[in-house]
Ligand binder design. Structure first.
Ligand code: SF4
Length: 371
């Protein structure tokens, strides 16, 4: 038998080798996600979320560092990309493992809904607070009346998990109360289910509705947070949990990272700080007067072509320069010198406007003196 040589596709192989790379993948994934959101009837996920009223709270944000949630609610620019892989795993785990498992457990005695909506207002001594959001899977009866809400989370490992996290308890309490009100029933038991991303095993914790926990973890937290928002006051840097700062997207502006900033407000990019492309875009799209800093213009030249960029400003004189007029390689340890001061025989640096000044700009404003 004559041997048949495998067909060769040198051009295709070369194309694949040249095309399969991180930036190509990121662009493909972003476009795919954009299309998926439209197909699934959630086009709003493709645009930055609007800033919610001060007294409105999502169950998933309860009982965490007030400052972190303050930044998040006001769409402060995030310093790191989202953990999309964790989100993706969490969604798959819930849809492809937990939902079928719950359905199998309830059998023909009940049904499992993938989520239910809660939206209710509670009177407190500090004013009305509104809680609005959607649950994780809920076991319901044939009339769709909720019986047992769940809160499903995945972790790297559940080996050392011996109790539910208090902010997950707060979340579940908020669901129980909302479902009870909406359906005029008593939903007083819920289940927090942790899935192990490594082994795919689970641990489940029963949560009973507890008045003291409801008051402390939900009402007090939400009332205090509403006050920070109404007063436009940056909350203190006080994480509720030890791990919060390590996973926080605002460490630099908060002052928990070696970046030379402390207690910055929610507006504006930090000078000399690089941000992920997607986060830059989200911020400028959600703030009509936002511009890129020169640092970001160098980091993301395609965005600099689409959006306005702050001028370089001389740290001593009132000289200003368009970012394109200054030769700079993006090294934030060596800012460019002011050409006009240099021509007059003095050395001064060009700097980027501080966030406090950035948000005062209108789209037609020239760059401002950063000092
Ligand atoms: S870094 Fe820590 S203290 Fe600062 S906002 Fe984030 S979680 Fe809160």
């Amino acid at each position: 038998m004559p041997s048949t040589a495998p067909p060769e596709h040198p051009t295709l192989i070369q194309t694949l080798l040249e095309t399969i790379d991180p930036s190509g993948f990121d662009a493909w994934y972003e476009e795919r996600q954009f299309a998926e959101n439209i197909k699934s009837g959630k086009p709003y996920l493709n645009t930055p979320p609007p800033v919610k009223p001060a007294n409105q709270h999502s169950p998933s944000q309860l009982n965490q560092c007030h400052r972190k949630i303050f930044y998040r609610q006001l769409n402060a620019p995030e310093e790191v990309d989202d953990p999309d892989g964790i989100f993706w795993t969490g969604t798959r785990f819930e849809e492809e493992i937990l939902m079928p498992y719950l359905s199998s457990v309830v059998g023909d005695k009940a049904y499992v809904r993938n989520s239910m909506w809660v939206d209710y207002t509670v009177e407190t001594n500090g004013g009305d607070i509104r809680i609005r959001g959607s649950t994780d899977p809920v076991v319901v009866d044939a009339q769709s009346t909720p019986i047992l809400p769940t809160e499903v989370k995945t972790k790297d490992s559940i080996a050392n998990t011996t109790a539910p996290n208090p902010h997950h308890v707060a979340q579940l309490l908020a669901y129980m109360e909302g479902l009870s009100r909406e359906w005029e029933t008593e939903v007083r038991t819920g289940l927090i289910i942790y899935g192990d991303r490594t082994t795919l095993s689970i641990k489940a914790f029963e949560v009973r509705f507890d008045r003291k926990q409801w008051s402390e973890l939900v009402l007090e937290w939400a009332t205090t947070h509403t006050e920070f928002r109404l007063d436009e006051q940056l909350p203190p840097a006080e994480p509720v949990f030890d791990w919060e700062c390590n996973f926080c997207s605002f460490r630099k502006r908060c002052g928990q990272a070696e970046a030379g900033f402390q207690d910055e407000g929610a507006n504006g990019f930090l000078p000399g700080v690089t941000y992920p492309r997607k986060k830059v875009e989200t911020y400028v799209q959600s703030h009509s007067n936002a511009r890129l800093t020169p640092t970001l213009a160098i980091q993301h030249p395609d965005l600099a072509n689409q959006y306005c960029v702050y001028d370089w400003c001389c740290e001593v004189e009132s000289h200003r320069f368009d970012v394109a007029a200054v030769d700079w390689d993006g090294d934030t340890n060596a800012y460019p010198v002011c050409p006009m001061c240099a021509s007059e025989g003095t050395l001064s640096e060009l700097v980027e406007p501080h966030p406090e000044r950035q948000h005062q700009l209108t789209p037609d404003s020239p760059g401002v003196d950063p000092t």
